[in-house]
Ligand binder design. Structure first.
Ligand SMILES: *Cc1c(COP(=O)(O)O)cnc(C)c1O
Length: 387
């Protein structure tokens, strides 16, 4: 007998690959194995497939194909964006602005640059996760080269006001980078209307394969390569192009655009249903913004339970995330929840539900029952944890 598997509600961590994406990729492992750099039929076939995917991605964010650089994912795209701009604009200055709630793939390159003598401002956020635009404006200086603000937060789903940030950066002649790993395919992105100069994406949050992503780099923007070699991607990112993965990324983006509106409404409904059902519990809080959020993402804190134990209680039935890194004996609360001003105990007792394309209303009803039952069990007096 096959053991019953938990309901997958962790789509902010990664998503399954859509079977249509797998189908599109398969021939590029076998029948069409060429290197896009080669000058023969096999090379041309691979080159044509890469070209098509590049155009698809460019169209979706209103860029041109020449402005797309394929990378191994959003971590690499963020590293290239931040280090590549810092190095290329040294004469202008050494100041970078980012936000405390960014993904580590933005924060860590910034910290690395600090060790090289760059200066980084880590903007705080308001209690619902949004940045304060006035505060952002006040941090900008004549030696500021880059502002990096994520489109959608991976823990709490909060959507930052990209168009307003873009306009502000344009006024101050500062480059604007956004990590859109969670946003692409879920909310409209338009690098022209939003005045975005650099934008990072990854396929595996979008029902595409792991190990492929891209950086959009506005035409005319200088950039220092971080990976030197065969000169692919206009010498900005050397390495043989991963044709099957790129084809998968293109197909994933195409499907996401096709589904974006209906799927957005459906996931928003599932998320609202879950939040509504969980409110049967006393002492639960929403982490994040009540309206400015990704459709399928819900993050809550539960009073009076230990986060690690709650997750363990749920594990047989639900695959969700908690707001703490549990690798160590004493889990550290998430830097995102701490930045919202959540008490560390409440920040540790948090759950992130990430709903996706293959979840149903039944999944959500079951998830709500499991969470309610688990919290009630843990809150029984003999098991109570002192707050
Ligand atoms: C997942 C994620 C990343 C990292 O992407 P990889 O492709 O796994 O390197 C970066 N930023 C955000 C916001 C993410 O959600």
């Amino acid at each position: 007998m096959v053991a019953k598997r938990p309901i997958y509600l962790d789509h902010q961590a990664t998503t399954p690959v859509d079977s249509e994406v797998v189908t599109a990729m398969l021939p590029y492992f076998t029948e069409h194995p060429g290197n896009p750099s080669s000058s023969h039929l096999f090379g041309w076939e691979a080159e044509a497939a890469v070209k098509q995917a590049r155009r698809m991605l460019a169209d979706v964010i209103r860029a041109t194909p020449e402005e797309i650089i394929f990378t191994s994912g959003a971590t690499e795209a963020n590293n290239l964006a931040i280090k590549g701009i810092a190095e290329a604009y040294l004469q202008k200055g050494r100041h970078i602005v980012t936000v405390q709630t960014e993904h580590n793939a933005v924060l860590e390159p910034c910290r690395y640059l600090e060790t090289l003598g760059f200066e980084v401002t880590y903007l705080p956020v308001q209690d619902q996760g949004l940045i304060d635009l006035n505060r952002l404006e006040q941090t900008l200086r004549s030696d500021t080269v880059l502002v990096s603000v994520m489109a959608a937060n991976n823990e709490i789903g909060v959507l930052q006001p990209l168009a307003e940030i873009g306009a502000l950066c344009q006024r101050h002649q500062v480059l604007f980078h956004t990590d859109a790993a969670q946003a692409i395919g879920k909310i409209p992105l338009d690098v022209e209307a939003m005045q975005i100069d650099l934008l990072s994406i990854t396929a595996h949050k979008l029902y595409g394969p792991k190990g492929i992503g891209a950086l959009y780099l506005r035409r005319g923007t200088r950039m220092a390569s971080q990976l030197h070699g065969g000169g692919q991607e206009r010498s900005l990112r050397s390495g043989t192009l991963a044709t099957p993965l790129i084809v998968g990324l293109g197909k994933a983006v195409e499907l996401a655009m096709h589904h974006q509106e209906t799927e957005g409404h459906r996931l928003a409904q599932l998320r609202d249903d879950l939040w509504h059902q969980l409110q049967k519990l006393e002492g639960i809080y929403l982490n994040g913004h009540p309206t400015q959020h990704l459709p399928g993402c819900l993050n809550i804190s539960v009073v009076g339970v230990d986060g690690t134990r709650l997750l363990r209680e749920l594990q047989p039935n639900l695959a969700v995330s908690s707001g703490s890194a549990c690798a160590s004996a004493k889990p550290t609360p998430s830097h995102v929840l701490t930045a919202l001003g959540r008490d560390p105990v409440l920040a540790r007792a948090s759950l992130r539900f990430g709903m996706g394309r293959f979840n149903t209303a039944t999944d959500i009803n079951q998830a709500a029952s499991h969470v309610i039952a688990a919290v009630q069990t843990l809150r029984q007096p003999h098991r109570a944890i002192k707050l």
